[in-house]
Design a protein around this ligand. Structure first.
Ligand SMILES: C[S@@+](CC[C@H](N)C(=O)[O-])C[C@H]1O[C@@H](n2cnc3c(N)ncnc32)[C@H](O)[C@@H]1O
Length: 246
């Protein structure tokens, strides 16, 4: 996939968690003018939203191409190409240090959350907006179970911790953050439509590629689309959030 396709994907993914971010920003009393560090900023899918809130955004990502894409944002945000395990910042620099679908990809999430706490001001907040738990996924009916299993294998092969979500609370509670809150993003589904399926399928096909022969992928797509359009399909991946004060 091209980087602009990934950006569209990240935008869609971030729209599912927008209400949750509004809820958490309210809880931590985020105010215009505060500084925010987005750890694993990716292509910058959340920049519009953070900047729209009047926050002073800095981004950090390990992937140079993502950093360059995020830097194209009209606000020309400061983006650091660096590893979240060792951030190039002094202590207590940011009011809010946030991350979204990133801890599942890093090799030591507790170290990353500790780093997030280190660079956050006393009284400021560390927030993980969304960390999925793929091992607890619900996929129905059988064709989606088959797809889910292959997708999990593909993610694990690429280094994802499939049970990150369930570990989030322990990490936040044991690195010394105060008043830690932990929760789960609720699911809500519109009546299934073909364009949503097509969008989802692009990602599924990306994950299945290299794992399954092409004719099998196409046969699965046919079965999955029929099941989707008759309203039978249920796909749910429990996704956790956590926040705590420094
Ligand atoms: C699924 S993307 C999420 C991007 C963005 N947070 C969003 O929600 O659109 C995960 C991002 O984490 C970044 N990442 C993975 N490991 C990292 C690390 N050790 N340090 C910094 N960024 C990392 C990847 O390069 C990628 O951009």
């Amino acid at each position: 996939m091209k980087i602009s396709d990934w950006h569209d994907r990240f935008k869609l993914q971030s729209s599912w968690t927008r209400d949750l971010r509004n809820f958490i920003f309210g809880k931590v009393d985020a105010r215009p003018g505060q500084s925010l560090l987005d750890v694993g900023v990716g292509t910058g899918a959340l920049l519009d939203e953070y900047i729209g809130r009047g926050l002073q955004v800095t981004g950090l990502d390990l992937d140079l191409e993502n950093c360059q894409f995020a830097h194209l944002h009209p606000s020309k945000p400061v983006i650091f190409n660096a590893d979240a395990h060792h951030m190039p910042f002094k202590e207590h620099q940011f009011d809010l240090t946030v991350t979204h679908y990133v801890l599942l990809w890093v090799h030591d999430p507790a170290q990353v959350v500790s780093e997030m706490a280190r660079v956050t001001k006393p009284g400021g907040y560390v927030i993980a907006f969304a960390e999925p738990d793929y091992l607890s996924r619900i996929d129905y009916p059988e064709v989606f179970q088959d797809i889910g299993k292959i997708q999990n294998r593909s993610l694990a092969f690429r280094g994802v911790d499939l049970s990150m979500g369930r570990k989030l609370g322990h990490i936040f509670r044991t690195i010394g953050l105060r008043d830690v809150r932990l929760g789960l993003l609720a699911g809500q589904w519109r009546y299934p439509e073909k364009d949503v399926f097509d969008h989802e399928w692009d990602i599924i096909a990306f994950d299945l590629g290299g794992m399954v022969p092409v004719d099998e992928i196409l046969a699965m797509k046919d079965r999955a689309l029929k099941s989707w359009l008759n309203g039978e399909a249920t796909v749910f991946i429990p996704t956790f959030y956590a926040y705590g004060m420094v």
